[in-house]
Ligand binder design. Sequence first.
Ligand SMILES: NC(=O)c1ccc[n+]([C@@H]2O[C@H](COP(=O)([O-])OP(=O)(O)OC[C@H]3O[C@@H](n4cnc5c(N)ncnc54)[C@H](O)[C@@H]3O)[C@@H](O)[C@H]2O)c1
Length: 246
Amino acid sequence: MQLKNKVAIVTGAKQGIGLGIALALAKAGCHVAVCDVDLAGCKKAAEKIKKLKVKSLAVACDVSKKADVDNLISQTIKKFGRLDILVNNAGIYPFVPFAKMTQADWDKVQDVNLKGAFLCSQAAVKKMKAGGKIVNISSIASLIGFEGLVHYCASKSGINGMTRALALELASKKINVNAVAPGAIETPGATVTMTKDAKQGTIAAIPWGRMGTPDDIAQACVFLTSDKSDYITGQVLVVDGGWILR
Ligand SMILES: NC(=O)c1ccc[n+]([C@@H]2O[C@H](COP(=O)([O-])OP(=O)(O)OC[C@H]3O[C@@H](n4cnc5c(N)ncnc54)[C@H](O)[C@@H]3O)[C@@H](O)[C@H]2O)c1
């Protein structure tokens, strides 16, 4: 699927799913602005993208801070002169039992996962024209419960609600807003604390018989950011190897 000369921003893109999305968009011909809290990581990702014969930009940005987000959008416009695609991928999922969850734990997760998508979308939409695409990275945790992730499940259900309402508001501007809800994906964030047993238990629960890869999610994003999906808006596409079908 060609996305030749489109300009995309992917948040939280120095590693994991975000990096996978940035690389897949670049392979499809997109110029990509990579943002993350870690500038050195962004620069490494931007170098990988450049090798795919498209332009790239690395911008340090904490998506929960409006000033950072405004800077991300203005740097992108300054470098590329346009913005066609926003993928709101930056997210955190710290496990905390509900009884021990502090207000600070709750606020941090909502700030990054939900407010971050709001701030980035609002700033991006001001620059997008008809044909613009927003993809929010949700989670199957928006649809089913996970112990220790009450704040996270709430934030991702919020993403689904935001996706539907924003899709409605932006339909007349011909900007699509959709979400991708990954299942268990092998990324630095997801596997850093995973024991071998936990991994085997997760795989046993997945009908497809393996964890997902960042590219499994990225290919759904390539589809949802291409003109092949122009008539799809406000939807949550589950990409989980069938995990939540049981
Ligand atoms: N890996 C999974 O199994 C899985 C499943 C469902 C949904 N997701 C979602 O996919 C997205 C990516 O997850 P991942 O597994 O690749 O995570 P990861 O931890 O490997 O990568 C996340 C990236 O986001 C960046 N980030 C964190 N806070 C940020 C902020 N405030 N501003 C900008 N960047 C920030 C991190 O530095 C990191 O590079 C998240 O939204 C996550 O909730 C992941």
